[in-house]
Design a protein around this ligand. Structure first.
Ligand SMILES: Cc1cc2nc3c(=O)[nH]c(=O)nc-3n(C[C@H](O)[C@H](O)[C@H](O)COP(=O)(O)OP(=O)(O)OC[C@H]3O[C@@H](n4cnc5c(N)ncnc54)[C@H](O)[C@@H]3O)c2cc1C
Length: 389
């Protein structure tokens, strides 16, 4: 696979933390999900049983997985740990974890599935992460500085551990220092590596020359959690969790959409395509050719001269995957290609490809979605599996 489409560099960003030190230009990217993992050594394998100092990474998961920002934060910890001796990287995951995070360098993993980011319960989360911190006494704590809960929780942690040094929105990090923007982003402030680090996105490379052992550890509960679980004494929280509100996909800006179906020159029947988007409740995107043809308005165009999207799933239908289009989807987590040409560049970028005629596949998907909506979750999973086989 060629990675040309992923090789763009933000000229304004500072140095990126990599396993070989801080680099101004990092052209490599993490392997795609469908790529065979290269055999890499386990970084800390000999020493894992010994009593070791640890770096703790705390992050919420998103539907059982870590997003790129969270993976970069675990990798940043692994890079720091690798520069010293006898340091273990412990990842504390708030929410479900259904993937192995050894590839981003985690040595030990503690999962607290009850703390999904969908529930706003900062007091309880803080009590539980504090219990872990007291037990592990980590030399550093890293969290992704994001908007899905970790940035907020990290600031609460900093306030609660006020005797410890801390830095937020850290854009550059190595074992000696951290750097954050200041003066409204016009300058960069450097500091000795603080104890608590809230890391900005893209500050560390996840492509490591080693993996962690990612052994799952028993959960450490705070007394508050135990009390709550036993219903003996409810802690009084000043917050009320009103839950997440789902809004219709057409009300979501394309840049913020979680699921996008995108049409290219290979989509001849726009009506079928729009029915599929409706069935999936997905936002609509398009290639430049499809927009130039007048099939979609200009605000739907994705790519170098259109929008850059960050959907967790991007379904490209009848799109060849020209480099200008791929630039716009480089941050999408899962890409599914529907194309009749097995050798189209989008197929190399995709995590899953369905080779065949777009119209027939869109029809089959619409039927499968309608059927799945009338089935149980398990039956629906079987139906999708049979369709994709
Ligand atoms: C400066 C510049 C900026 C650009 N900016 C952008 C941009 O922002 N966004 C963008 O998208 N492009 C951009 N382009 C254009 C880009 O280079 C490509 O021309 C464009 O992305 C191709 O669109 P496409 O994949 O839809 O069409 P095509 O290249 O025509 O590909 C169509 C694909 O559909 C498949 N197909 C055809 N029929 C079927 C069928 N019945 N069933 C299944 N598959 C089928 C084909 O196998 C093919 O892979 C830019 C170009 C330049 C020079």
């Amino acid at each position: 696979m060629t990675d040309n489409h992923n090789n763009r560099i933000n000229p304004r960003r500072p140095f990126k933390g990599t396993a070989s030190g801080l680099n101004r230009i990092v052209l490599t990217t993490a392997p795609r999900l469908n790529e065979a993992p290269h055999a890499k050594p386990i970084r800390n394998s000999q020493k894992n049983n010994a009593e070791q100092a640890s770096i703790l990474v705390i992050s919420h998961s998103d539907r059982g997985m870590l997003d790129d920002h969270a993976r970069q934060t675990v990798s940043a910890a692994a890079i720091l740990a690798n520069e010293a001796t006898n340091i273990t990287v412990v990842a504390l995951i708030l929410g479900d974890l259904r993937e192995n995070i050894a590839s981003c360098g985690a040595d030990k993993v503690i999962v607290m599935p009850e703390f999904s980011f969908e529930k706003f319960q900062p007091d309880l989360e803080l009590a539980n992460i504090t219990a872990v911190i007291e037990r592990l006494n980590p030399i550093k704590i890293l969290m992704p500085d994001n908007f899905i809960g970790d940035g907020d929780l990290g600031r609460r942690l900093i306030a609660s551990q006020h005797t410890k040094t801390a830095a937020t929105h850290v854009i550059e990090i190595d074992s000696l220092h951290a750097a954050s923007p200041h003066a409204a982003g016009r300058k960069i402030a450097f500091t000795e590596l603080p104890h608590i680090i809230l890391l900005a996105a893209d500050a560390a490379d996840t492509n490591l020359p080693f993996i962690g052992s990612a052994t799952i550890q028993p959960t450490i509960q705070s007394s508050t959690q135990v009390e709550n679980t036993n219903n003996q004494q409810k802690s009084v929280s000043p917050y009320q969790n009103l839950g997440l509100k789902t809004i219709a996909s057409e009300q979501v800006a394309l840049e913020e959409a979680d699921l996008i179906v995108s049409a290219g020159n290979g989509v001849s029947n726009v009506e079928t395509f729009e029915r599929l988007a409706l069935a999936l409740d997905a936002a609509i995107g398009a290639s430049r050719v499809a927009v130039d043809d007048g099939k979609f308005s200009r605000d739907k165009q994705i790519g170098a001269s259109g929008k850059t999207v960050t959907a967790s799933t991007y379904i490209a239908i009848g799109i060849s995957g020209a480099v200008q289009h791929l630039q716009g989807i480089k941050d999408c987590r899962h890409v599914i290609a529907i194309n009749r040409d097995n050798s189209a560049p989008i197929v190399k970028r995709a995590d899953l490809s369905i080779i065949g005629d777009a119209e027939a596949i869109m029809q089959a998907l619409i039927n499968a979605v309608a059927e799945a909506k009338s089935l149980s979750l398990q039956e629906a999973a079987c139906a999708c599996y049979l369709l994709l086989r």
